[in-house]
Design a protein around this ligand. Structure first.
Ligand code: ADP
Length: 271
């Protein structure tokens, strides 16, 4: 059996996924990107292969993607994260049905991707200029509220009031606004809920740039936050699908691409 690796070197986290010849997900691993992407990517790959009892010789093809993809020189191929995200999302959403719109929130950017009936990318919009509406904003809010990002979802659902409005459009000013709200005795739960709705409003504007088509899929680390999912669904007025492992969709897509590229290269050799 041959195996295929997808490596997504994101601004915040490195995600690695292994698939088999049938494009089935065999295993994934996530680690922080830190400042030494290259070293951590290799370490994470070694750890994942060890967990799966595989060796480097079992890997037929490796595809790198994400912000730091060019740094992983050993990859057989590198592809854009938009392409990898779309391939991974279409495969991960099979149980859900057809998807037409992907929302991805990463550590330092957010994207909306529009797909055609065949799952091909027809349009995308990206915010990579401003931290508001990204994972970094959620990380900073959680830090100011002295909670972990993984606690944001629960706090959201324990909010009792009308979601507070966070008016600052800049992440730096929003942080000061949050500290001000805490000083005015607003609860952590109500502030978290307000933060989620402020991000959700930005995301809806981004999605409108590519057109909202039903079959909406949300991935990236912040999709693990059920409170944010709830706010985006309410702002969109539509149900959105969250895959089982939202943070590894893009590396899954890169690994799937590896199977196709490997088969194509081998068909050319045999011809
Ligand atoms: P990138 O690909 O840009 O590195 P990711 O898709 O890996 O970004 O997302 C990273 C972000 O995901 C973090 O900044 C954090 O806000 C969020 N995140 C990670 N784990 C969790 C979790 N368990 N719950 C909620 N949010 C999370």
């Amino acid at each position: 059996m041959k195996y295929f690796v997808g490596i997504d070197i994101g601004s915040t986290a490195i995600k690695i996924t292994v698939v088999n010849e049938s494009k089935e997900l065999i295993g994934s691993r996530i680690s922080g990107s830190g400042s030494m992407f290259y070293k951590y990517a290799h370490q994470t790959l070694d750890e994942l292969l060890r967990d799966l009892s595989l060796s480097h010789n079992d890997i037929a093809y490796t595809v790198a993607t994400g912000y730091g993809r060019k740094l992983f020189k050993e990859a057989d191929e590198s592809i854009s994260e938009i392409t990898a995200n779309a391939i991974g999302a279409v495969a991960a959403a099979k149980e859900f049905g057809e998807i037409k719109t992907i929302i991805n929130i990463g550590g330092q950017d957010s994207k909306a991707i529009s797909l055609d009936d065949m799952g091909n990318v027809v349009n995308f919009a990206m915010n990579d200029r401003c931290a508001a509406g990204t994972g970094k904003f959620l990380d900073a809010c959680a830090m100011n509220l002295e909670i972990g990002v993984e606690e944001l979802g629960e706090k959201h659902f324990n909010s009792t009031g009308v979601p507070l409005s966070i008016n600052s459009t800049c992440a730096v000013f929003a942080e000061s606004e949050i500290i001000g709200l805490l000083g005015n005795s607003h609860s952590v739960e109500d502030i978290v809920c307000g933060v989620h709705y402020s991000i959700a409003k930005r995301i809806v504007k981004l999605v409108k740039r590519v057109g909202i088509k039903e079959g909406i899929y949300f991935d990236g680390g912040p999709a693990l936050n059920g409170g944010l999912v709830n706010a985006i669904e309410n702002e969109l007025g539509k149900e959105i699908f969250i895959p089982k492992h939202p943070q590894v969709t893009t590396s899954f897509g890169a690994a799937i691409m590896g199977v196709d590229s490997y088969n194509y290269e081998h068909s050319l050799k045999e011809a």
